[in-house]
Design a protein around this ligand. Structure first.
Ligand code: SAM
Length: 260
């Protein structure tokens, strides 16, 4: 995953993420949020949204990628959060770092990356302070952008090819997460869908999001798509083409689980 794509995703989904952190604040009333742990933090979307929501909290952002954490540290300074964020580079497949108890643990689109998500979920349970809350987000479906039927179903074929590629190296994607959370000793309080729906015409930022995801299909699925589909993607990715195509929207859904 590219740091720039995570940042655009954060901007496009900002109102939904704000609504989610507001809901967390409602649920977390019986337990003060002082220490947040962001598992697979990427560039810090969750960390920054939560630090804005909980002004007395600090966050530990854990990620295996030094590049992501470098990006996060720069952004933390820019947002004035420099002294409230600690980064920790750790491969959670290799073991659980010493992070101390956390009042709120956030894992967005990261648990399916783990080789053994069940072990990581058990570690999360042990790291939660008594009364603490775990919030886990997983992509429910890949985002859609193109008008129905464009290029005879191009986007559906891209998504099918992307799912096939992901299934090969991310076998846990689309798991029965509530069952796995419960098996790890976590009790699921609530599950909800987070939906991002942006109508046409898209803002420049949303167009960039669409172009970045479609561009990723072009580069990562070159050996899985037909010559005609690759040519159709090239056409869409030509300067100004997406902006000129009527009916380009953003439709994306994620599952959110709240557990104790
Ligand atoms: C799809 S990104 C999500 C980033 C961020 N949580 C967000 O929502 O924008 C997944 C992140 O998990 C991290 N990750 C993947 N495997 C990991 C592992 N074994 N240990 C720690 N981090 C990992 C990746 O480096 C990446 O930053």
């Amino acid at each position: 995953m590219l740091p720039s794509l995570l940042d655009i995703d954060a901007e496009v989904a900002r109102p939904q993420i704000e609504a989610l952190t507001a809901h967390i604040a409602e649920i977390a009333t019986n337990h003060p949020v002082k220490h947040i742990l962001d598992v697979g933090s990427g560039t810090g979307t969750g960390t920054f949204a939560l630090l804005r929501r909980f002004p007395d909290a600090t966050s530990t952002a854990v990620d295996t990628s030094a590049d992501m954490l470098r990006h996060l540290t720069g952004a933390a300074r820019q947002h004035g959060f420099g002294d409230r964020v600690r980064t920790l580079q750790a491969d959670l497949d290799a073991g659980w770092p010493a992070v101390g108890p956390a009042d709120l643990i956030w894992a967005s689109s990261s648990i399916h990356h783990m080789a053994d998500p069940d072990r990581v979920l058990r570690e999360i349970r042990s790291t939660l302070a008594p009364g603490g809350l775990f919030v886990m987000i997983e992509m429910e479906a890949m985002p859609y952008f193109l008008p129905a039927g464009h290029a005879d179903g191009l986007e559906g074929r891209c998504q099918a090819a992307a799912s096939e590629a992901k299934a090969e190296h991310l076998p846990h994607i689309g798991s029965d997460w509530p069952a796995r959370l419960e098996a790890a000793g976590l009790s699921v309080l609530e599950a909800r869908l987070m939906t991002v729906e942006l109508p046409a015409p898209l803002s420049e930022k949303a167009q960039l999001y669409a172009a970045t995801v479609l561009g990723r299909y072009r580069t990562t699925l070159a050996d899985r798509l037909s010559v005609a589909d690759l040519a159709a993607l090239d056409e869409l990715l030509a300067p100004g083409a997406l902006a000129a195509l009527p009916g380009v929207t953003v439709r994306s859904t994620r599952d959110v689980y709240f557990a104790r």
